[in-house]
Ligand binder design. Structure first.
Ligand code: IMP
Length: 428
């Protein structure tokens, strides 16, 4: 009766899907607790590659029940598309996927607002995924949200849509010069999904709690990551939910006493999509090499990712914030392509050395990385299955990161395939 959270320690795309897939071999439930189809999780099974935006990565294992928790925002069209695509590839999905009735829906007007706001921000844009995530969470907090359970009641749906659109339609007409949304049209569009979604609607918190009481194992799969957290991340260049460990509790509806393991995932380097500070960002040939070898293009949006060296103060801070019990390092094989490796061990901010992670956003914008140079290993490590198989320099790199972060490693990925990993301690 334990729950394990897998979450990212930087700005997302750390390979959480990959780590979850490894841990899911031993799990009964895999659950998403925050974000929506802004996430992009890739799982490789043999020759098959599954790219998942909303459905938990546990779906690729036929004996796992997957839940989309109350803390997630659900775009019904995206959900239907993803489920259908997975079923066309031979997976049974609808009988194993449960969607919490308390989760909020992403509506077409959320997506429109997301895009209008980004355009209006110009140079100061956040670089969102344009999936309507922020506006959907805004409505949730403002108590104008439409929830998954509302899809089954036309009367309630229309009443809520009317309330949600009262101010928004004025904005669409008067600020953006667009046609207002029609309550009836929106309601019929949503009702088309009723037949598809209704059988999956569930009280997923109760389902997980009952499972945990019956000694089942639950894996909570984070979307986005710690430095994109609305409270703790590089605000305002963040997402609108809490991917951190507290969000896992709120967004899945399970009590903290079940939570035994928190696995923090970091790449062997750093990437970021979207705007905002990234002190270790590189603009040289090394960045190009890492981007190409690491296929650093967004799963959700296809955008090219910003690339930089591992930012240890940031990752250490994220590890402490989440109280991680285990660490997973992904994409170590990508660093085989570079001769010398830098790891950021502190910053210089306005001429002064700073070893922690700055609280003040302005400091983060001014922070210049202080690097420790480590030798590269320059050889193929994709065949390594144990730490001792790694070349000495790769082992030293891993040991340095592990010691600095202060949590034991449970997994090192050395290639994109499911089996290309060094698995040391399975946490679940
Ligand atoms: P939003 O979540 O679409 O509102 O985007 C807010 C910020 O989070 C932007 O910088 C996005 O690029 C970033 N973001 C959102 N989801 C992900 C993800 O799954 N991986 C990496 N970055 C993400």
């Amino acid at each position: 009766m334990t729950a394990t959270v897998v979450l990212g320690l930087a700005w997302g795309d750390e390979g959480k899907g990959r780590v979850c897939d490894a841990l899911a071999s031993d799990a009964d439930y895999v659950s998403r607790y925050s974000g929506g189809n802004n996430a992009g999780h890739t799982v490789r099974v043999g020759r098959e590659e599954f790219k998942l935006n909303l459905v938990p990565s546990g779906i690729v294992r036929e004996d796992v029940v997957c839940t989309i928790g109350n803390g997630v925002v659900v775009n019904p069209e995206a959900l239907a598309g993803e489920v259908q695509a997975l079923e066309e590839r031979g997976l049974s999905v609808r009988d194993r996927l449960k969607v919490d009735g308390r989760a909020h829906l992403i509506m077409p007007y959320h997506i429109a607002l997301d895009s209008h706001r980004e355009i209006a921000l110009g140079e100061a844009r956040i670089g969102t995924t344009n999936r309507g995530i922020g506006p959907a969470y805004e409505d949730k907090v403002a108590r104008y949200g439409i929830r998954v359970q509302d899809i089954s009641d036309e009367g309630i749906l229309k009443t809520k849509l009317k309330a949600a659109l009262r101010e928004k339609n004025a904005i669409f007409e008067n600020v953006y010069g667009e046609e207002p949304y029609d309550v009836g049209e929106l309601a019929s569009r949503l009702l088309e999904f009723e037949e598809f979604i209704a059988p999956m609607i569930s009280d997923t918190g109760t389902l997980l709690r009952e499972g945990l009481e019956n000694r089942r194992k639950v894996l909570l799969e984070g979307g986005q990551a710690t430095l994109l957290d609305n409270d703790h991340g590089t605000y305002p260049f963040v997402t609108s939910s809490n991917p951190t460990v507290g969000g896992a509790i709120v967004g899945s509806g399970i009590p903290t006493r079940y939570l035994e393991y928190v696995v923090g995932v970091t790449k062997a380097y750093t990437t970021r999509v979207g705007d905002g500070p990234m002190p270790t960002e590189l603009f040289d040939e090394t960045a190009e090499t890492i981007r190409e070898v690491g296929r650093e293009y967004g799963t959700a949006t296809g955008r090219s990712r910003r690339v930089g060296w591992l930012d240890l103060p940031a990752v250490k801070w994220a590890a402490a914030l989440n109280g991680i019990t285990h660490l997973a390092i992904t994409l170590l094989d990508v660093l085989s392509a570079v001769e010398k490796i830098n790891v950021c061990v502190g910053y210089e901010i306005d001429g002064e050395r700073f070893d922690g992670y700055p609280m003040h956003q302005t400091d983060l914008h001014h922070a210049r990385p202080v690097y420790r140079e480590l030798p590269g290993w320059g050889e193929d490590i994709t065949g390594c299955r144990m730490r001792v198989d790694l070349p000495r320099e790769a082992r030293e790199f891993v040991e340095f990161v592990e010691a600095e972060i202060g949590a034991p490693l449970c997994m090192i990925s050395v290639g994109p395939e499911r089996e290309q990993a060094i698995v040391e301690r399975i946490a679940v």
